[in-house]
Write a protein that binds this ligand. Structure first.
Ligand SMILES: *[C@@H]1O[C@H](CO)[C@@H](O)[C@H](O)[C@H]1NC(C)=O
Ligand SMILES: *[C@@H]1O[C@H](CO)[C@@H](O)[C@H](O)[C@H]1NC(C)=O
Ligand SMILES: *[C@@H]1O[C@H](CO)[C@@H](O)[C@H](O)[C@H]1NC(C)=O
Ligand SMILES: *[C@@H]1O[C@H](CO)[C@@H](O)[C@H](O)[C@H]1NC(C)=O
Ligand SMILES: *[C@@H]1O[C@H](CO)[C@@H](O)[C@H](O)[C@H]1NC(C)=O
Ligand SMILES: *[C@@H]1O[C@H](CO)[C@@H](O)[C@H](O)[C@H]1NC(C)=O
Ligand SMILES: *[C@@H]1O[C@H](CO)[C@@H](O)[C@H](O)[C@H]1NC(C)=O
Ligand SMILES: *[C@@H]1O[C@H](CO)[C@@H](O)[C@H](O)[C@H]1NC(C)=O
Ligand SMILES: *[C@@H]1O[C@H](CO)[C@@H](O)[C@H](O)[C@H]1NC(C)=O
Ligand SMILES: *[C@@H]1O[C@H](CO)[C@@H](O)[C@H](O)[C@H]1NC(C)=O
Ligand SMILES: *[C@@H]1O[C@H](CO)[C@@H](O)[C@H](O)[C@H]1NC(C)=O
Length: 635
């Protein structure tokens, strides 16, 4: 109280000054101006301004504040000559006046929601007053929603209760609005019923609760409900929404479906297959899975499923057939069924006729036939060796006029048309028996007395031949399928020079021999250029050295030929040299000459070449012929 007065005095002085200023410009009678309504939240401080103006130099004599209940007014506060008085015990200690004559009421209660009057007396100028209604509000607590969690059957006869919404302690009483999927729901007698109750708490605040009753359909299993509380605050509409809830809706099964789930659309033997039965009822019905046994009198066999799911592991073709899912709805007393056809693709009985291993003689003809059984048309493909290229598409493969090269494994691949990943393969061995064929044609080997020379003999045949030599020496063999290579290393003696060496390849079919003559190398006759000459393996070192020399020689030759060509061309132009077919023509075609020389160098480089023992006179062949032979041997 004392504090209030002490705080009030400086503000009052200021108020006096304002008044004096106001009197010099103001009107000539006491006019009080007040707000029609003031809003304040419960427990806060309300401020009720009171404006007035006095004419001339006059000033107010007193200010009275009243509150009005019904028709009686009660004075709660007044001020005379700067002195403040609180008179009503209800407001004692809660009211004060600011220096602009605004009345403040602290810790407002619900009872303060009434009309307040400010009365200003100014002696001879008379008395003026005006009034303000004080509104108290209290924001209600956010609405709480509680859903009917027992679940709602769509067949319910009464309109079922969906949820209840409660908003506590508001003032004045708030409203509750219901929403389904964001759209407001209004009371209507057949589908929606809203029942609200308002409770005035002992505190004077209102608690509003609202029950929503509504019919539901099976679609409402996805509906979201919420409520909203609306109240007014500082002249504006405010709302607060509850959380959104869904309801459990019970409905009977209308549609039933039985599905096959497998790694790919076409089921193969060995796949894991899942049969899944699903009804659209809530709660899901009891399912029975059955297999329909085909026959004159189809019978049904119960399958052990759990909640309509059956996993068939590693299916066989016997698992093919019709499957049935059945359910019985207790509500509607209806029996529902769905069937599905499982067809397991298979491939079996793969065989090749004639059965291997197959033995043939050179020139014979054989037809290989591949057969199998499958769930769908089959595709046959023949290959030589599993990774080889495709020989033929179709069941049969005909081998005409077979040779040693026709020997090998023939593989038949079978695939089921339109079923990815379902294929098998089988192979048959074909052996064409031939008498050995010796492919090393080199018969004359230049040697030096006493040197160690290695002679090579190559033979191909089936059955695999054995190679024997006419003399003893160090023998090294290498076998690759039907090809055999034998190297003989011996020291050159005069006896050997005389007799030569024979290699013989033998197998069950026959034999063939090859004679190699050894000839002393004469230093005076170097091998003529343009003709390929075999050299003994021992001379490898030398040939490699000579390569460099030959390359240099070739380059020099080319340069000389080029210069010569230029000079000749020049002379020819000048008419000094007649143009006729002589040996000189070669010189005028330097490019052709160059090619020839290069071929020779290449043939020298061939590893095969160095190993081949070649004569100088009888077996002389052009370079191109030599290359051909080289390819032949490799095949
Ligand atoms: C009360 O104050 C309002 C606002 O200033 C004014 O419009 C109204 O005329 C006043 N009423 C009286 C009776 O003076
Ligand atoms: C009181 O007077 C002041 C200054 O003249 C003005 O700003 C205010 O709006 C007035 N209040 C009312 C309630 O008339
Ligand atoms: C509450 O609803 C009533 C009737 O619909 C309406 O008159 C009133 O203004 C509403 N109150 C609020 C705070 O929305
Ligand atoms: C509401 O929906 C959620 C998923 O959307 C579900 O998990 C929950 O069980 C539902 N609650 C009710 C009462 O249906
Ligand atoms: C049941 O299936 C039928 C035909 O497929 C369809 O028209 C109907 O809408 C489905 N019912 C439900 C509840 O899904
Ligand atoms: C069979 O092959 C051999 C060697 O390849 C050939 O000489 C002969 O003409 C062929 N015979 C037929 C009928 O094709
Ligand atoms: C043919 O198959 C057999 C066994 O599968 C194998 O041992 C043999 O090496 C194969 N022959 C060829 C030429 O690949
Ligand atoms: C080479 O093969 C022949 C028969 O083909 C055999 O007699 C000889 O022992 C073999 N030599 C070596 C070193 O394997
Ligand atoms: C035989 O000699 C040739 C040429 O030197 C060599 O490439 C091959 O490996 C030898 N073969 C054997 C079985 O020693
Ligand atoms: C090689 O075959 C001929 C007949 O073609 C036979 O007279 C000779 O004895 C055979 N030689 C050997 C070593 O088998
Ligand atoms: C070189 O080969 C040719 C055929 O290309 C031949 O006419 C000539 O006689 C051969 N020379 C010698 C020295 O063998």
């Amino acid at each position: 109280m004392a504090l209030s007065w002490a705080a009030g005095s400086p503000r009052l002085l200021l108020g006096w000054g304002l008044l004096l200023w106001g009197a010099t410009v103001g009107a000539s009678k006491v006019e009080v101006s007040m707000l029609e309504m003031v809003e304040v939240e419960l427990g806060q401080t309300a401020r009720i301004p009171c404006n007035f103006s006095l004419p001339g130099e006059s000033h107010y004599a007193y200010i009275n504040w009243f509150h009005i209940d019904k028709h009686s007014r009660t004075k709660i506060y007044y001020m005379v000559r700067g002195q403040e008085f609180e008179v009503d015990p209800e407001y004692k200690g809660r009211v004060a006046m600011e220096n602009d004559f605004t009345l403040t009421i602290s810790r407002v209660t619900l009872q303060d929601a009434r009309t307040f009057v400010c009365q200003v007396g100014a002696g001879s100028l008379g008395v003026g007053e005006n009034r303000t209604r004080l509104h108290i509000y209290k924001t209600p607590e956010p609405p709480e929603i509680q859903v009917n969690d027992a679940g709602i059957p769509v067949t319910s006869k009464e309109i079922p209760k969906i949820a209840v919404c409660v908003s506590k302690n508001g003032f004045p009483a708030p409203n509750i609005t219901w929403y389904k999927n964001g759209s407001p729901l209004w009371q209507d007698d057949t589908q929606v019923s809203i029942l609200s109750t308002l409770i005035k708490e002992s505190s004077g605040l209102y608690t509003v609760s609202s029950n929503l009753f509504a019919r539901v359909s099976r679609e409402d299993r996805q509906s979201r409900f919420h409520c909203e509380v609306s109240y007014r605050l500082l002249g504006a509409d405010q709302t607060a929404a509850s959380e959104k809830v869904n309801v459990t809706v019970f409905y009977s099964t209308e549609n039933l479906s039985l599905m096959i789930q497998s790694p790919q659309p076409q089921v193969r033997e060995g796949d894991d297959v899942t049969l899944r039965c699903e009804g659209d009822g809530n709660p899901p019905p009891e399912y029975n899975l059955l297999k329909v046994q085909e026959g004159a009198q189809p019978e049904e066999r119960d399958l052990p499923s759990s909640n309509g799911v059956l996993i068939l592991r590693k299916v066989k073709k016997e698992d093919s057939g019709q499957y049935l899912c059945r359910t019985f709805d207790l509500d509607s007393m209806m029996k529902l069924e769905d069937t599905v056809e499982l067809s397991v693709n298979y491939l079996e009985g793969l065989k090749i006729t004639p059965e291997g291993p197959i033995q043939l003689q050179q020139g014979e003809v054989v037809t290989l036939t591949c057969d199998a059984r499958g769930s769908k048309p089959l595709e046959f493909r023949w290959k030589k060796e599993k990774k080889g290229k495709l020989l033929r598409s179709g069941k049969q493969l005909k081998l005409n006029n077979v040779t040693l090269e026709s020997s090998g494994n023939y593989s038949c691949e079978v695939a089921v048309t339109g079923v990815p990943g379902l294929s098998r393969s089988k192979q048959v061995n074909v052996a064409v028996h031939t008498k050995p064929h010796i492919s090393s044609k080199d018969s004359l080997v230049p040697v030096q007395q006493n040197e160690l020379v290695t002679l090579m003999c190559k033979a191909a045949a089936l059955p695999e031949p054995t190679i024997t030599w006419s003399i003893n020496g160090k023998v090294q063999n290498h076998t690759d399928h039907h090809r055999v290579i034998s190297n003989l290393t011996v020291q050159v003696t005069s006896k050997l020079l005389q007799s030569g060496v024979t290699c013989t390849a033998t197998n069950e079919v026959g034999n063939s021999s090859h004679h190699i003559t050894l000839q002393l190398r004469t230093m005076t006759t170097p091998p003529p250029s343009g003709n390929t000459t075999a050299e003994p393996i021992k001379k490898e070192q030398k040939t490699q050295e000579s390569k460099g020399v030959i390359i240099v020689a070739v380059i020099v030759c080319i340069l000389v030929i080029a210069v010569l060509g230029a000079v000749l061309y020049f002379l020819h132009k000048k008419g000094k040299i007649p143009c006729n077919r002589t040996g000189k023509q070669d010189i005028t075609r330097p490019d052709a000459r160059k090619d020839e020389i290069v071929v020779e160098v290449k043939s020298d480089k061939l590893p095969e070449e160095t190993g081949l023992l070649q004569g100088a006179n009888s077996e002389k062949r052009p370079a191109s012929d030599q290359a051909e032979k080289y390819i032949d041997l490799r095949n």
